[in-house]
Design a protein around this ligand. Structure first.
Ligand code: COA
Ligand code: AMP
Length: 634
């Protein structure tokens, strides 16, 4: 029997009592005045007046409680043939030393620090070192190019950047240092210092006076016994900023406050993920994404569990058995990954032959998120792994699951295609176009969360409170709009079907088509463009660009396609995975000039489509249909 309904209802009845009780699991340097103050911020603030150190709760606390020898982090890197375990004592010492180095370089409480690194333990240490001294980190995913990094440098104005000279993506060496240098050149704001982790596969040149060698600087600090203590910050002070794709090209700086974040994440570890202190939890994501922030770094450590950091891919490092090797070798209790990773494995090992080679008896649950888990992927995983496979829905903005299946409270029946039931603190309504909740089950609409949002969710955007209000709260007063559309069934399970804005999801990576259109506009031959996400068997969606060329351009489409691919790769990054351009004479538009993207997408996906009543010139659609024919675009 699941206790879900009892627990959810208790939170609905008295959220302050519920979260106040959850907050007792953490150490507060100064107790909060109120669990929730509705008068503060845009929709109220959690744990106001309190002070805390997330880093203390993640690390020193466990050492102080006598668990210093327990494993905190296991680094498994097939791409460099390395396996290394850090105990809580060791990780605390590494973080305290790095924090000391940063303090010596002038970093103070409230300063921003950018972290641009591959998946190495030093990236985790960097995040925790910022948290230790009250600096605000902003991790930029390694797959983003210099221009994206520069945008984030200009917006967050870091005093220092922590980076690495290179990384390995599968078998491809990625040189981070030239990307970092180019980004600093491009940016108007300049950091004072960069600390650079030199990696053998791609050593980088250091700029005198600005760049410092990570290993040498840390060795010096250790020789001098230099460390920094934990600095407490206010519950409502920012712990980090994480930029994510939004409705226009400019990324949104999601702000995460310290207090509510620790409380919410700590609650999820036993209750949603069913993980105890000492057990190994593996989120096969990247610290550049929200899943990595919450479930590689903060939540497992807040819980005193062991987090696994895997620098590899689901396939090709070396084979489709890589995930199962890691689970058996490190006795992983639960794996959290994106459905696309499982599809990549399934494509190479459909019969699950690799799965049979390993002892997976430690594994109790597979959690999937980042995109809708298609029923086939869930069924395949269930059949071959023999454990519950749980889809759950969340966003960078919320930082933890909105809907899921709280296994720790007793697993609820899995419904294929649904991301489960609302977590405590989330009241979800399905709204029609006028913002009125639909009555009755299985009716589609925009998924909106009733205010206030629970602890841990974003209070605002970095230096952009009005944008926060306009993007999330304005359209449906009293609600936070998720920009996801879907429906709720008769048992209260939520199905998330599509975005209502320009965001697409490519291999679990959140990308903005609007931003890709801005990049396409830089091409001298392109007059107008539209980018849509088409269905892809492996990655879920892939971007496809449609371009109208300037008059008198007379060059092969294939040449322009190659140039646009390079532009997108250089301006956004490899992760945008832009590979297909369709040159058309005109784009389909409404009479008021809006591009009919949904119809364009249906044509590209070879789905049935009808001519929208608002179209300006119906002939455009026929032309595009003729141009695409039965070509598969992804
Ligand atoms: N640094 C630099 N480049 C990166 C990168 C990083 N951290 N991550 C991805 N890239 C590059 C890839 O090398 C690839 O480059 P290429 O075009 O030269 O091949 C490009 O970005 C696209 O990457 P991706 O879409 O991830 O495709 P892939 O073919 O490399 O891998 C999967 C496909 C399915 C194996 C992989 O996407 C995957 O494991 N996805 C899971 C995603 C995930 O965990 N998301 C987090 C939410 S839980
Ligand atoms: P991100 O902010 O990168 O975590 O991406 C959030 C978006 O990914 C959501 O708004 C959804 O569109 C999508 N998403 C994440 N998890 C799921 C899921 N389990 N089911 C459906 N969509 C999901």
């Amino acid at each position: 029997m699941s206790r879900y309904h009892e627990v959810y209802d208790a939170c609905q009845r008295d959220p302050q009592a519920f979260w106040g009780e959850a907050a007792r699991a953490l150490v507060w340097s100064k107790p909060y005045d109120r669990v929730f103050d509705p008068a503060q911020g845009e929709y109220g603030r959690w744990f106001t007046g309190g002070e805390c150190s997330t880093a203390y709760n993640c690390l020193d606390r466990h050492v102080d409680e006598g668990r210093g020898d327990a494993a905190a982090l296991i680094y498994d890197s097939p791409v460099t043939s390395t396996i290394k375990t850090y105990s809580y004592s060791e990780l605390t010492h590494e973080v305290a030393t790095l924090a000391g180095v940063m303090t010596d370089m002038g970093v103070k409480k409230g300063d921003r620090i950018i972290i641009y690194m591959p998946l190495v333990p030093q990236a985790v240490m960097a995040m925790l070192a910022c948290a230790r001294i009250g600096a605000v980190h902003s991790v930029v995913f390694g797959g983003f190019a210099s221009a994206e990094l520069a945008t984030r440098i200009n917006d967050s104005k870091p005093v220092m950047i922590l980076s690495a000279s290179g990384g390995i993506e599968g078998t491809r060496v990625v040189k981070y240092k030239p990307l970092l240098d180019a980004a600093i050149d491009l940016a108007e704001h300049k950091p004072n210092y960069c600390l650079v982790l030199q990696r053998d596969m791609a050593p980088g040149d250091l700029v005198a006076g600005r760049d410092f060698d990570w290993a040498a600087t840390i060795a010096d600090a250790k020789a001098q016994g230099r460390t920094s203590p934990c600095v407490s910050i206010g519950s409502n002070d920012p712990l980090y900023i994480l930029y994510t794709s939004g409705t226009t090209g400019a990324p949104k700086g999601i702000v995460r406050e310290a207090g509510g974040h620790m409380v919410a994440l700590k609650w999820t570890m036993p209750n949603h993920y069913d993980i105890k202190p000492g057990e190994v939890f593996w989120a096969a994501s990247d610290v550049g994404w929200i899943v990595g922030h919450s479930y590689i770094v903060y939540a497992p450590l807040l819980n005193g569990s062991t987090t696994l950091l895997y620098e590899g891919k689901p396939v090709g490092t070396p084979d489709a058995g890589a995930f199962w090797r890691v689970i058996s070798q490190h006795k992983v209790s639960a794996l959290f990954t994106a459905p696309t990773a499982i599809r990549a494995i399934k494509r190479e090992d459909g019969q699950g032959e690799f799965i049979k080679k390993y002892d997976l008896s430690s594994m109790r649950t597979l959690f999937l998120a980042g995109e809708r888990a298609d029923p086939e992927t869930i069924k395949w995983s269930e059949r071959h792994l023999g454990v519950p496979v749980i889809d759950h829905w969340w966003q960078t903005e919320t930082g933890w699951p909105i809907c899921g299946n709280p296994v720790g409270l007793g697993v609820l029946p899995v419904k294929y295609g649904s991301s489960g039931v609302p977590m405590p603190g989330y009241t979800i309504d399905v709204l029609d176009d006028r913002g009125v909740p639909v009555t009755g089950p299985n009716m589609p609409g925009t998924l909106a969360i009733k205010l206030p949002l629970p602890p841990g969710c974003l209070p605002t955007l970095w230096n952009a409170n009005e944008r926060f209000h306009n993007a999330y709260l304005r359209d449906f007063p009293g609600y936070y709009t998720t920009a996801d559309a879907g429906f709720r069934d008769e048992d209260g399970y939520v199905n998330v079907m599509a975005r209502t804005d320009d965001v697409i999801n490519v291999a679990g990576h959140r990308l903005s088509t609007g931003q890709m259109e801005e990049v396409m506009a830089m091409h001298p031959d392109i007059a107008e463009s539209a980018v849509i996400g088409v269905a892809d068997e492996l990655k879920g969606q892939m971007p496809v660009g449609f371009a109208v060329l300037n008059a008198n351009v007379n060059r092969p489409d294939a040449d322009i396609e190659k140039e646009v691919m390079a532009l997108v790769r250089n301006h956004i990054g490899a992760v945008a995975a832009f590979k297909t351009l369709v040159v058309v004479n005109r784009l389909p538009k409404t009479r008021s000039g809006k591009i009919l993207r949904n119809t364009l997408r249906k044509i590209a996906d070879h789905e049935p489509w009808t001519v929208p009543a608002t179209i300006d010139d119906p002939g455009v659609l026929e032309d595009i249909q003729a141009k695409i024919g039965d070509r598969k675009l992804s």
